[in-house]
Design a protein around this ligand. Sequence first.
Ligand code: HEC
Ligand code: HEC
Length: 185
Amino acid sequence: MKPTRLLAIISLSAITAGIVVTAMADDDRRYSDSWGAKTLPGVAPVDLPLYQDECGSCHMAYQPGLLPAPSWEKLMSGLDDHFGENAELPENERQTILNYLLDNAAGRSNYRASNKLMRNIRGAPIRITELPYFVHEHREIPSRLVTGNPKVRSLSYCNACHTQANKGSYDEHQIYIPGYGRYDD
Ligand code: HEC
Ligand code: HEC
């Protein structure tokens, strides 16, 4: 290889490295919010049938990337009183599901909605609907369309409005609120 060409390659890598370092510095501030082109939309879909079956009967099986690891840990250690319901599991199943949730929790994958949901979290909230980013995104929906709407009941039923929620997609163009229609703001 000609020396000039080698030099060109070296300086190009230096520039690339510089960009990466700048991007990482940004990440520190905004919680892995901008890993750049590799970020995927929404959250990773559920891919464990056991989880789908055991945690998807009363509400949709919330994708692991909707809560950070400490939240899942806390939620999974209180299944005997799960929001007033008994959702206890045999210990081996609880362990398998817990590991699955922890491995794929928000902050451990590179999906845009997961990264946004991590913003400004304090402690280990066990409701997705109490995460600051979630609250901010849903603050303008009138309660008559949510709690006053028998086809929705509460914001916990994501798939009542997000038509592709079961696939991990929360795209604003796929929202349809029952009794109201498409939601365009
Ligand atoms: C027996 C029914 C039942 C089962 C089984 C169940 N849940 Fe729930 N879950 C509920 C109810 C009821 C709520 C509260 C919904 C509401 O406030 O409207 C809830 C809420 C939640 C929330 C908080 C949703 C929010 O408001 O942000 C999470 C997270 C959750 N469940 C995860 C799980 C996981 C993980 C499992 C499996 C280990 C599971 N659930 C199994 C009934 C159940
Ligand atoms: C009553 C209907 C309704 C329910 C139920 C609901 N959402 Fe939403 N969601 C909306 C609306 C409306 C918006 C705001 C869209 C906008 O303003 O662009 C939104 C926005 C979002 C966004 C931001 C979209 C983006 O592009 O950044 C996410 C993520 C999201 N919702 C996740 C959830 C999850 C997870 C649940 C369940 C725990 C849920 N939503 C329950 C209606 C709903």
